[in-house]
Design a protein around this ligand. Structure first.
Ligand code: PLP
Length: 431
């Protein structure tokens, strides 16, 4: 067993870690082959244990919006570790972090820091249930909200890829309290609401979906949900773990001009450290312990090192609006390049795109919900994925993922991705 290679490491990993990975999608099951073990990364590049360099399109699933190993964040973390790693007591940076989040996201009046996106969404629905005194929630097929029991019903991303949308270990009681509707289907939501009058605590969604691949809300969808929630006293939760601080400084809610009651955050907010947050209307957040009766706690919540990284990241994004115009430009350059190649090769695949998120779906259908995403040719995606990898492009190893661009990608990098895409399409299709 040669543990200086990805293959060797994966063989060893499988002995000691379930499936050899600490998060399922990393195992490459959806695309076949053995996962690439990453050794380091800098700016737009990642390097594996085998000595290969790749252009980075995953960016840790979003957090590396400024590219890898950003110097400002490195410096902030180096400074912070001089003062110890954790106190389990309040610190100055937590206050600064909360104030900054509130200023960047106007719907958030109060915010609580946690350690992952999963914790953020679990906590947000607990508060919504406490606040409304109701039990049921509505989620959308193909939306992923972390691995909390309530959300492992028709979940996207890894759960889609592995065909286990209803995980064993989730009780029937929990499953019964989670109602699901097709994404972009307001009429289905209205039906669920009518059939469960005064029982629905919260409606949670990705305002732009990243976890069935990139799927955009149809015109009027978010507005319609806001209206239904207002009429029925349902807490509207935007899960912006992916989209927060990515689709604009104020997230998808700012971009689409819709104000949710609660927002969940993660990924970018930690600058690469394990961080999440949930926040929203003070009226609701005042229910959280110790101010209110809804319990939620964390030994490492607001961890000083994580706060140093996250605060530096958010301050940078807050002070540099040009980040977002650059990401828009890069996203357009990349996806119009892809469109040109697709047309040139006489293909009719669908590209969904917004800002710095995109997915190329191997289907001729418009992808607006989970069934249309699933109409993609997954075998072809697997071939394409490996062709891209062989050409030095590091993408999410599943059709049901969005790619995430960073500001470290120059036009020259984007053009290399466009070229690799065209060659990979040809190779995968034997054109
Ligand atoms: C990644 C993600 C989560 C889960 O966050 P973790 O930090 O992996 O627990 C929740 N919701 C959305 C929309 C996500 O993309």
């Amino acid at each position: 067993m040669n543990i200086s290679t990805s293959q060797g490491l994966f063989e060893k990993a499988q002995k000691f870690i379930p499936g050899g990975v600490n998060s399922p999608v990393r195992a490459f099951r959806a695309v076949g082959g053995s996962p690439v073990f990453i050794k380091s990364a800098k700016g737009p590049y990642v390097y594996d244990e085998d000595g290969n360099e790749y252009i980075e399109l995953i960016n840790s699933w979003g957090p590396m919006i400024l590219g890898h190993a950003n110097e400002l964040i490195q410096e902030a973390v180096s400074d912070a570790i001089q003062h110890s790693f954790s106190f389990g007591a309040p610190t100055r940076r937590e206050v600064e972090m909360a104030e900054l989040i509130v200023s960047m996201m106007p719907s958030v009046e109060k915010v609580r820091m946690v350690n992952s996106g999963t914790e953020a969404t679990m906590s947000a629905i607990r508060v919504a249930r406490g606040f409304t005194g109701r039990d049921k929630i509505i989620k959308f097929e193909g939306c992923y909200h972390g691995h909390g029991d309530s959300f492992l019903i028709a979940a996207g991303s890894g759960a889609v890829t592995f065909g286990t949308p209803d995980s064993p270990g989730v009780t029937k009681g929990v499953a019964n309290d989670t109602l699901t509707a097709p994404y972009n289907d307001l009429a289905a939501v209205q039906q669920l609401v009518d059939a469960n009058k005064n029982h629905i605590a919260a409606l949670i969604l990705e305002p732009v979906v990243g976890n069935m691949g990139c799927v955009l809300p149809a015109a009027g969808f978010l507005e319609g949900l806001r209206k239904i929630c207002d009429e029925e006293g349902i807490v509207l939760i935007f899960d912006e773990v992916m989209t927060g601080f990515r689709l604009s400084k104020g997230g998808a809610q700012q971009r689409f001009g819709i104000t949710p009651d609660l927002t969940t955050l993660g990924k970018i907010i930690g600058g690469g450290m394990p961080v999440g947050a949930y926040g929203g209307k003070a009226e609701i957040m005042n229910w959280v312990s110790p101010l209110g009766p809804v319990y939620q706690a964390g030994t490492l919540s607001g961890n000083p090192i994580a706060m140093a990284a996250g605060l530096t990241m958010l301050n940078y994004l807050n002070d540099h609006p040009e980040v977002y115009s650059q990401l828009e430009t890069s996203g357009h350059r990349l996806t119009s390049g892809f469109s040109n190649s697709i047309a040139k090769l006489g293909l009719d695949y669908t590209i969904n795109h917004i800002g710095s998120m995109y997915t190329l779906f191997f289907t001729d259908q418009q992808v607006t919900d989970f069934p249309s995403a699933k109409s993609s040719d997954l075998v072809l995606f697997g071939k394409y994925f490996h062709e891209m990898l062989n050409r030095g492009i590091y993408m999410g190893p599943s059709q049901f993922e969005s790619m995430f661009l960073s500001t470290a990608l120059t036009d020259a990098h984007i053009d290399r991705v466009i070229e690799a895409n065209e060659e990979s399409l040809k190779a995968a299709l034997s054109l």
